[in-house]
Design a protein around this ligand. Structure first.
Ligand code: MN
Length: 291
């Protein structure tokens, strides 16, 4: 019998800011956390809550920029996001899909609204996580995993309407398709009204729930839409109940217990490595990418 996991805090969405002209995001962390390693291996969570974009002939987005030392994980809940990078990867993620990009030793990329979505405009909602890499994998070759909703592991709940979609890690023996460099569980809990589900996540794993859709109860506490539940590292069992149809992003991962040096688009272990990354970008080592 596992103990109920304690809630640290329920965090409302911080004021939104624009990333380029295509992504209006609430920077939940690291900003709202007591220290930058609090949700390790997750370093950043930017949440683009629902917004209507007007039609545009020119796709909105963010221009060419570098990344190194970690992974960007983008989840589209509404709208479609396109990406291409200097390692030669490109992809479009549709509603419910995930783009898992390993920046590793470094690349340049561009993120923007998919062309047809831009033309029609419409509802847009997404999450971008930055997942840190353990020191021994910081220099790994850049790669890209396009994970469609169809590819995700699926655990159907007893009401036959609610489902746990496993993106990474495992839930009740069902595995997710994402390759990760450290232990990570990442799920979408898509619950019908009145459904309830239990999670049993290791106490030492840093764990949080982001409520994407609907109002829910987490261990009997009310949590409104667009709020983030930060859990303490005490107890394992979490009970999620849907007060109405709901979608909750579940993130849980083993902390990376290593020094952290983060600056702009780089997440490293030492400041010298940040300086090296800036030098590498400036001398073309991350490749070239046309805007
Ligand atoms: Mn980026």
């Amino acid at each position: 019998m596992n103990n109920l996991r304690k809630i640290d805090s329920i965090i409302p969405p911080p004021p939104a800011h624009m990333v380029g002209d295509g992504f209006r995001v609430h920077g939940f962390f690291p900003g709202q956390l007591s220290n930058k390693k609090r949700m390790s291996p997750f370093f950043i969570m930017d949440y683009g809550s629902k917004i209507e974009f007007t039609p545009s002939s020119e796709p909105r987005g963010v221009g060419v920029h570098p990344h190194a030392g970690f992974e960007t994980v983008t989840i589209a809940y509404h709208g479609r996001v396109a990406h291409h990078d200097s390692a030669g990867n490109r992809g479009v993620i549709k509603e419910g899909d995930v783009q898992w990009m390993t920046a590793g030793s470094g690349l340049l990329h561009k993120e923007y609204h998919e062309k047809e979505f831009s033309k029609t405009g419409g509802l847009f909602q997404m999450v971008q996580l930055w997942v840190n890499l353990p020191a021994r994998f910081k220099k790994t070759t850049p790669k890209y995993q396009g994970i469609t909703r169809e590819m995700m592991g699926k655990f159907l709940l007893p009401d036959k309407k609610s489902i746990i979609e496993i993106i990474a890690g495992e839930y009740n023996g069902v595995k997710g398709p994402a390759f990760t460099f450290s232990p990570v569980h990442l799920y979408n809990a898509r619950l019908a009204k009145d459904a309830s589900v239990e999670f049993d996540l290791p106490e030492k794993y840093n764990t949080g729930f982001l409520v994407i859709e609907g109002n829910v109860k987490v261990n009997s506490e009310n949590v409104p839409t667009d709020h983030f539940v930060l859990f303490k590292n005490e107890g394992e069992k979490i009970i999620l109940e849907a007060s109405e149809d709901a979608v909750v992003l579940v993130l849980s991962g083993e902390p990376i217990e290593e020094p952290l040096a983060a600056y702009g688009p780089f997440v490293m272990n030492k400041w010298e490595e940040i300086e090296q990354a800036i030098h590498d970008v400036n001398t073309g080592k991350f490749g070239v990418l046309e805007d």
